[in-house]
Design a protein around this ligand. Structure first.
Ligand code: CAA
Length: 257
């Protein structure tokens, strides 16, 4: 049987992680979740990896948690599966992660896209948190991340009804970074990953950290963190190189140090 998560290397410094369970619309079973956590963990530590694209196939990014795998589970079994720890591992990846979404991003699939840093969606992609329709609620951040992105009233509408929404609406509510033709989703995501891969990695990493940590903190603490992160970068060779190259009107050569 094919590997349920594939690793591809579309360009130098860029890895593409592909969920590969087309027979189940890329539903996130435990094996897929563990592989995602492991790959994002490994790529997060690999100094040659500068940006990651996370994707599925043309029909589905991911149709949510694997319903068949959890339908008969009890509370203790759900606890022991440790899915919350796997979510944390996925969200903890220090490298920029770009979700390339075609087809369905539902339930855990929508939540997975929301743990990414940039979301590129095909124009016919469909998003949603339909958990309520099967007697549960989102468990991977759907009630929280969607609310932070879209505000209480949009989030409530979708979490309480389970209705799906399209890529345009997702873009308008701030859930999606760009909407592109379906056939161009992966290409655009890799293009953005390459843009990021060419930039000084320490600055990229601290920028990601500052945005994410700041979202959780009061403004004064978040601004202090941003200021400290900026100051730290003045110890990096890439800051010197970037600024000198600008002044000398040449292309910078970043070393990652
Ligand atoms: N879990 C398990 N299997 C799934 C699945 C899922 N989430 N989504 C789709 N599949 C399976 C179907 O059972 C079907 O399998 P069989 O061929 O063996 O019958 C196969 O994938 C194809 O699915 P459909 O025939 O339904 O395909 P479709 O194109 O007509 O519809 C869909 C696609 C709209 C995504 C529909 O499959 C669907 O609604 N899926 C469920 C979506 C959902 O409720 N997600 C939330 C899950 S709960 C969650 O995510 C919360 C959490 O983390 C705790």
């Amino acid at each position: 049987m094919a590997d349920p998560v594939l690793l591809e290397r579309p360009a130098e410094g860029v890895w593409l992680v592909r969920i590969n369970r087309p027979e189940a619309r890329n539903a996130l079973n435990l094996e897929v979740r563990k592989l995602l956590a492991r790959h994002l963990g490994d790529l997060g530590e690999d100094t040659t990896t500068r940006a990651i694209v996370l994707t599925g196939n043309d029909k589905s990014f991911a149709a949510g948690a694997d319903i068949k795998e959890m339908a008969e589970a009890g509370t203790i079994e759900m606890l022991q599966r440790g899915i919350h720890r796997l979510w944390r591992a996925i969200a903890a990846c220090p490298k920029p992660v770009i979700a390339a979404v075609n087809g369905y991003a539902l339930g855990g699939g929508c939540e997975l896209a929301m743990t990414c840093d940039i979301i590129i969606a095909g124009e016919s992609a469909m998003f949603g948190q339909p958990e309520v329709k099967i007697g549960i609620i989102p468990g991977g951040g759907g009630t929280q991340r969607l609310t932070r992105v879209a505000g209480k009233f949009k989030a409530m509408k979708y979490v309480l009804t389970g209705e799906l929404f399209g890529a345009r609406e997702a873009f308008e509510m701030g859930l999606v970074s760009e909407v592109v033709p379906d056939a161009g989703v992966e290409k655009r995501a890799v293009e953005l990953a390459l843009l990021i891969a060419a930039l000084p990695p320490l600055a990229v990493q601290l920028a990601k950290e500052a945005v994410l940590a700041g979202m959780d903190a009061p403004l004064t603490s978040a601004l202090a963190l941003e200021a400290k992160s900026l100051q730290i970068l003045f110890s990096s060779q890439d800051q010197k190189e970037g600024m000198r190259a600008f002044i000398e009107k040449r292309k910078p050569k970043f070393s990652g140090r």
